[in-house]
Ligand binder design. Structure first.
Ligand code: WT7
Length: 648
């Protein structure tokens, strides 16, 4: 990024110290930073002892062949044993593991003892189907308890799972099954979303017309809709799993045994199968869940609102919280079914104390109105987490105020599918939090912001986020493509992991994430972050959401084009557009004033809630739209284009 980067124009003066009572009893205190700085590997060796090892590791990190890491390589453990059995053996079998809430209001409660039985039965069923350690199992399920059970059953027998998000198409399912070489698929007849029964089995059927090699499809009955049946291949879960023994002896696996493959969204090219292994991954998901959420297994009720199809669901619905023996809520459906207060109703009903959600959801709640959460008792909440995108300062403040009653810390957690666990985040009992900043690397993690040449930027500077030391839950490779692993992550800056995100350091040295580097604009020779212009727009009380892109411009190289969703009751007009341009100018400086501001009804988003700026760039540059297959709702683009007959 250029030296003239404007990356530090948006200053945040507000900050919030941790609540005294939380700080006094916090799981992790400030000395963890110091301890880890003095002896990073010793710190992680200690965190590994959070787990039960069949053979405790004597070696922490083998980095003799970088960037191929081995963590705890001579240790052996069973990941599922750590997530269920050991809590039962410790006398906590009656503690609720999962409060499941179906979209239609049906509920199920699974204690740790019951979860253990279900996981053992499913493991025995997979063994009966001939699944062996090392075989890959594809999972395409809605958000129902069988999803958690399936992941843990695979882990228990050492069969790496490859979860495909339930909203993906047959083509995406087929390519992921093929790349992973899965021979068994676990799916359901369908799931409930927006009050309707969605089909899943029929999509698997279609996918399997395109790929060979799958011998069994195990089908959970959820919606009871009609499904086509391929005799000899398809098996009902309730017929096979229910008759299995709830006893299964968990065999220990090497710490580096593959635990799962998860495909990243991949904005370009073939999706990357990110490979995670067992001991290091479980160590860091367990530690970070304990540290960042301050989770207390005997008291807290934790709710991660993500889908199990994303890494957030893997690490913070399944492995982190369950390895810690925490009680959690799992919700099947959408936040607006049957009404826009559904999330807050669930918080009230189960007394949720820790919640983990995405900025896109938080901005949607802002748009729906403050009066909706106000109708519910949210006083049980004590930590609010955010993940997936930079959270705009105004959304952060709204979250803390309207959901957290100005009492709860907000932890903005930066990480990636590739990192496996949270890397940069405040600690709720330690950090003086700043709206919009993920702030500093967790204890034991080393990150930096560097310029084009790889030199660390001083405070006040902007550049690229890099991770400077290996970490336990790092990806081990891209499945079947070691060279792509090296090229994608370890070649941009010698010896360092390139995250692909722009970042800046403020005057205190805190890190601000600025979005993917592809989303940085170059206007008249200045680097301007889309995130910051978006945050400036959202800081106007008239704007609910904003997406900003750089469009090719004859004079300035790129010109800033902003798409905004106005808050309820705000009318669009030329004066409003001028007012918003001036507002950005006053907040960030005149150079950051958008050339055009276009009010729209919706923004194009991926199924994981990320804005697809690439498509907006196509519109702004009057081009034919690129690939729209990963959009949640493709009609959104038609609406935007219709608004803009003369977009260029
Ligand atoms: C990308 C990774 C992390 C699990 C879910 C997404 C962006 C994620 C933050 C945050 C700013 C964030 C980054 C990152 N991102 N969290 N707190 N602040 N940006 O996993 O799909 O692999 O996406 O999400 O751009 O690189 P993913």
């Amino acid at each position: 990024m250029s030296k003239e980067s404007l990356a530090n124009l948006l200053r945040e003066e507000r900050h919030f110290p941790p609540p005294a009572d939380l700080a006094a009893e916090a799981n992790v205190t400030a000395d963890a930073y110091e301890q880890a700085a003095n002896d990073r590997l010793g710190f992680w060796a200690e965190q590994a002892r959070r787990l039960d090892w069949a053979v405790p590791p004597t070696e922490t990190l083998d980095w003799s062949n970088p960037p191929f890491a081995k963590w705890f390589a001579d240790g052996k453990l069973n990941v599922a044993y750590n997530c269920v059995d050991r809590h039962v053996e410790a006398g906590n079998g009656d503690r609720v593991a999962i409060h499941f809430e179906g979209e239609g209001g049906d509920t199920r409660t699974l204690t740790y003892a019951q979860l253990k039985d279900e996981v053992c039965k499913a493991a025995n069923a997979l063994l009966e189907l001939g699944v062996k350690a090392g075989d890959r199992v594809a999972i395409y399920l809605p958000m129902i308890p069988e999803a958690v059970v399936s992941l843990l059953a695979c882990a228990r027998i050492g069969a790496p799972h490859s979860v495909v998000f339930g909203g993906f198409s047959a083509e995406a399912v087929a390519s992921r099954i093929e790349d992973a070489g899965a021979e068994v698929v676990i799916t359901a007849d369908g799931g409930f979303r927006r009050g309707k029964a969605n089909a899943l089995k029929s999509i698997v059927d279609e996918a399997l017309r395109r790929v060979t090699g799958v011998r069994t499809v195990l089908v959970v009955r959820r919606t009871e809709q009609e499904v086509a049946w391929t005799a000899g291949r398809d098996v009902w879960w309730h017929e096979l799993v229910d008759r299995q023994s709830p006893e299964h002896d968990p065999q220990p696996f090497d710490a580096e045994h593959p635990l799962f493959i998860l495909y990243t969204s991949g904005t370009t090219g073939k999706p990357k199968g990110i490979l995670h292994t067992s001991g290091g991954y479980l160590t860091q998901t367990s530690y970070t869940h304990h540290a960042v959420f301050d989770a207390k297994p005997d008291r807290d009720v934790y709710w991660c609102t993500a889908d199990i199809g994303w890494v957030t669901g893997h690490s913070y619905i399944v492995y982190g919280p369950l390895s810690n023996g925490v009680t959690e809520v799992m919700y099947e459906g959408t936040p607006d079914t049957p009404h826009q207060g559904r999330f807050w109703e669930i918080v009230q009903k189960y007394g949720v104390t820790l919640i983990y959600a995405a900025p896109t959801a938080i901005r949607t709640f802002m748009k729906w109105g403050d009066d909706i959460p106000a109708k519910f008792d949210l006083s049980s909440l004590r930590v609010l987490g955010s993940v997936g995108e930079p959270i705009n300062p105004e959304a952060w403040i709204w979250y803390r105020h309207h959901i957290g009653a100005d009492r709860t810390p907000v932890v903005d957690t930066w990480w990636q599918t590739e990192t496996g666990s949270i890397m940069i985040s405040p600690l709720p009992g330690v950090t003086d939090t700043k709206p919009g900043s993920a702030q500093r690397p967790l204890p034991g993690i080393s990150a930096d912001v560097v310029d084009d040449e790889g030199n660390p930027v001083p405070n006040g500077g902007g550049g690229y986020l890099v991770l400077t030391e290996p970490w336990p839950s790092m990806l081990r490779t891209i499945w079947g493509d070691d060279q792509r692993y090296v090229d994608t992550y370890w070649s941009r800056f010698e010896g360092r992991y390139f995250a692909g995100d722009g970042a800046k350091r403020d005057d205190d040295g805190d890190i601000w994430l600025l979005g993917r580097v592809d989303d940085v604009m170059l206007v008249s020779g200045h680097n301007i972050s889309t995130t910051e212009v978006e945050s400036a727009l959202v800081s106007s009380p008239k704007v609910a959401e904003a997406a900003v892109v750089g469009a090719t411009d004859a004079t300035t190289g790129q010109a800033i084009v902003a798409f905004v969703i106005l808050r309820g009751g705000v009318e669009e007009s030329d004066t409003l557009v001028t007012e918003l341009r001036d507002h950005v100018g006053a907040t960030l400086g005149p150079i950051a004033k958008p050339k055009r501001i276009l009010p729209v009804a919706e923004l194009p988003k991926t199924r994981s809630g990320k804005i697809m700026r690439r498509l907006l760039r196509d519109v702004a540059e009057n081009r034919e739209l690129g690939d729209v297959t990963t959009l949640t709702d493709s009609s959104v683009m038609e609406l935007i284009q219709r608004k803009l007959p003369s977009a260029a």
